[in-house]
Design a protein around this ligand. Structure first.
Ligand SMILES: [Cu+2]
Length: 370
C-alpha cells in the first residue's frame, strides 16, 4: 500500500511540474501576437486534454460503480426493527437522489469540457443572464432538499417520541468496560431508584433499597433479553465516561452520558431464532456494542442481545431471580418499615431446595434443577 502511495505521489509530482512548465510557456506565448508570426497559444495537447476529460468520465463512473459494489458486504445488515426499516428507506432514497444529481452534473461537466474544447474559429457565446434558468435550478433542488429534510425530521420526531405506555423497560448502564442491565422485575414492573454513592462490588447499579420498587428488580451483566413486536424502552446511563449503545440490526444508537440519562425506544421485528434461520447461521447472535471510544477495554464492551417471542420473554423473566434474592445481605440496607415487604424476596434455605445459586465471576446465575 505504501509503495503504491509513494509511486502515485511521484507520478503526480512529475505531472505538477509539467503543468507548471506548460502554464509558464502559455503565459509567455499569450504575450505574442498571433497575427504577426502565426503562433497559436493552444497546441495538440488541447485535443488530448478534451479526450482525457471524456475518458475520466467513463473510467470514473466505472470506478464509482465498482467501489459501491465491492463495499456492499460492509453496508449495514438487514434492519430488524420497525423504525430501522423507515430509516433505511430514507437513507436509500437520499442516496438515490444524490447519486442521480452527482452523475448528471458530473457527466455534463466532463462532456462539456470535451464538446466545447478550444477551436480556432469558435468564439465563446456571451451569455450574461437567464432568469428562467436560474429560477429552475434554484427551486428544483430547494424542493428536493425540503422534502428530504421534512421526511427526515418527521421520522426522527417519531423515533424520539414518548415511548408507548405498554413498553418493556430495560435499564442499561455503561461502565469501563462492560454493560450492566437491570429489569423492573416481575411484580411491580417499575425500576427502583439508584444512587451512585451506593455502588459497591455486588450492587454495581447503585440500587436504592429504601425504594420498594428495587426489591423485585433483577439484573444481568452478560446478556440482554427483549421481546419481539413489543415496544422496548431502553433507559440509558453511564457510570464513568461517555459510552454509546449500538444495536446494528435494530438501528439503535444512543449515547450513554454520565449524569445525563438518555433513552431510546424501538420495536424489534425479528427474533434471534428467525435471524439465525434467515442468515443460515445457527450460531448467530445480535450484539450490543459500545460505539464511543471509552478507554483501553472499549473493543470488548459488548453484550449479547437475545430477541425472544413475547411468550418466551415472559417465561425468561419469570425464571430470573431478583437481585435481593441472590444477594440477601442487602436486606440489611432496607429500612425497618419496608423489611416485611423485602423479606418476601429472601428465600429461606429450605424453601430454595429446587434451585441452586451459582456465582461465576461476580455474576449470579440461577440454575433451576428439575
Ligand atoms: Cu466504549
Amino acid at each position: 500500500m505504501n509503495y503504491i502511495i509513494g509511486l502515485l505521489s511521484a507520478v503526480f509530482l512529475v505531472l505538477a511540474i509539467m503543468i507548471v512548465n506548460k502554464s509558464m510557456a502559455l503565459s509567455k506565448g499569450l504575450q505574442r501576437n498571433e497575427e504577426e508570426d502565426g503562433y497559436s497559444p493552444v497546441d495538440g495537447a488541447n485535443k488530448n486534454n478534451a479526450l482525457g476529460m471524456l475518458l475520466f468520465l467513463v473510467l470514473g463512473s466505472i470506478g464509482a460503480a465498482w467501489s459501491f459494489k465491492v463495499s456492499q458486504p460492509d453496508f449495514l445488515p438487514e434492519a430488524a426493527s420497525e423504525h430501522g426499516l423507515k430509516t433505511d428507506e430514507m437513507f436509500w432514497t437520499s442516496m438515490a437522489v444524490i447519486t442521480f444529481a452527482f452523475f448528471v452534473t458530473n457527466a455534463l461537466l466532463f462532456y462539456f469540457a470535451f464538446r466545447y474544447q478550444w477551436k480556432k474559429d469558435r468564439v465563446a457565446t456571451f451569455y450574461p443572464v437567464n432568469h428562467k434558468l436560474e429560477i429552475i435550478w434554484t427551486i428544483v433542488p430547494a424542493i428536493v432538499m425540503a422534502v428530504l429534510v421534512f421526511t427526515g425530521w418527521r421520522t426522527w420526531s417519531e423515533i424520539t417520541s414518548q415511548a408507548p405506555s405498554n413498553a418493556v423497560v430495560v435499564e442499561l448502564t455503561g461502565k469501563q468496560f462492560n454493560w450492566l442491565v437491570r429489569y423492573p422485575g416481575n411484580d411491580d414492573n417499575k425500576l427502583g431508584e439508584y444512587d451512585w454513592r451506593l455502588i459497591d462490588d455486588n450492587n454495581q447499579w447503585g440500587m436504592k433499597f429504601d425504594d420498594e420498587n428495587s426489591f423485585d428488580d433483577f439484573t444481568s451483566t452478560s446478556e440482554i433479553h427483549i421481546p419481539k413486536g413489543v415496544p422496548v424502552l431502553l433507559r440509558i446511563r453511564a457510570r464513568d465516561v461517555l459510552h454509546s449503545v449500538y444495536l446494528s440490526y435494530q438501528r439503535v444508537k444512543m449515547d450513554a452520558v454520565p449524569g445525563m440519562p438518555t433513552k431510546f425506544w424501538f420495536k424489534a421485528t425479528k427474533t434471534t431464532e428467525e435471524m439465525r434461520a434467515e442468515l443460515q447461521k445457527p450460531d448467530f447472535n445480535y450484539k450490543l456494542n459500545c460505539t464511543e471510544v471509552c478507554g483501553r477495554g472499549h473493543f470488548g464492551m459488548a453484550l449479547t442481545l437475545v430477541v425472544d417471542e413475547p411468550e418466551d420473554y415472559k417465561k425468561w423473566c419469570l425464571e430470573q431471580k431478583p437481585f435481593l434474592t441472590t444477594n440477601p445481605d442487602y436486606l440489611a440496607k432496607v429500612p425497618e418499615k419496608l423489611k416485611a415487604k423485602a423479606s418476601k424476596y429472601i428465600v429461606a434455605p429450605e424453601a430454595s431446595s429446587d434451585s441452586t445459586t451459582a456465582s461465576i465471576g461476580g455474576t449470579s446465575t440461577i440454575v433451576t434443577i428439575k
